[in-house]
Ligand binder design. Structure first.
Ligand code: ZN
Length: 127
C-alpha cells in the first residue's frame, strides 16, 4: 500500500541520489520505502538527514504549490534564487531554463531564514 501522509506530516528528510546528485524531500516514514531516483532512475538514493530540523516551520510541497499566488513568495523566489516566474507555477533561471518547483521548494526549505518566511506566508495565507 502506498504511503499516505497525515495532514500534520511534513516532508523534512533530504535524500540524494549518489549517481546523479539529484536531491529531494521525502517524509520521514518514506525513508525505508525509497525506490529509484526520479531524475535518473538509477541508484538507490541515500538519506542526507532532515532539513532545518526542529524548527517546526516546514511547509509541505503541496502547501508551497498552493502558495504560488502569493506575490511575496514570488518576490522571495526571485530575490533569493534569482529565478523569474513564467506563469502560475513555473520558474526559469537566468539562462531561461525551467527549474522544477520541487527544487525551489527544497532550496527554500533548506535555509532557515527563507523557510521561516515561507512559513509566515503560509500562516497568513490559510487564515
Ligand atoms: Zn539519480
Amino acid at each position: 500500500m502506498p504511503f499516505q501522509p497525515l495532514p500534520q506530516d511534513q516532508p523534512i528528510c533530504t535524500v540524494e541520489c549518489p549517481a546523479c546528485g539529484h536531491r529531494w524531500l521525502v517524509y520521514e516514514q518514506q525513508l525505508g520505502l525509497l525506490g529509484s531516483c526520479p531524475a535518473c532512475g538509477a541508484a538507490r538514493p541515500r538519506s542526507m538527514g532532515g532539513v532545518a530540523p526542529d524548527s517546526g516551520r516546514q511547509v509541505s510541497f503541496g502547501s508551497f504549490r498552493d502558495l504560488l499566488d502569493e506575490p511575496r513568495l514570488l518576490t522571495l523566489i526571485e530575490e533569493t534564487l534569482g529565478l523569474r516566474p513564467l506563469d502560475g507555477a513555473r520558474f526559469v533561471d537566468a539562462q531561461g531554463r525551467e527549474v522544477p518547483l520541487e527544487d525551489i521548494h527544497f532550496t527554500l526549505q533548506g535555509n532557515a531564514e527563507w523557510q521561516a518566511q515561507v512559513y509566515n506566508f503560509y500562516m497568513n495565507h490559510v487564515r
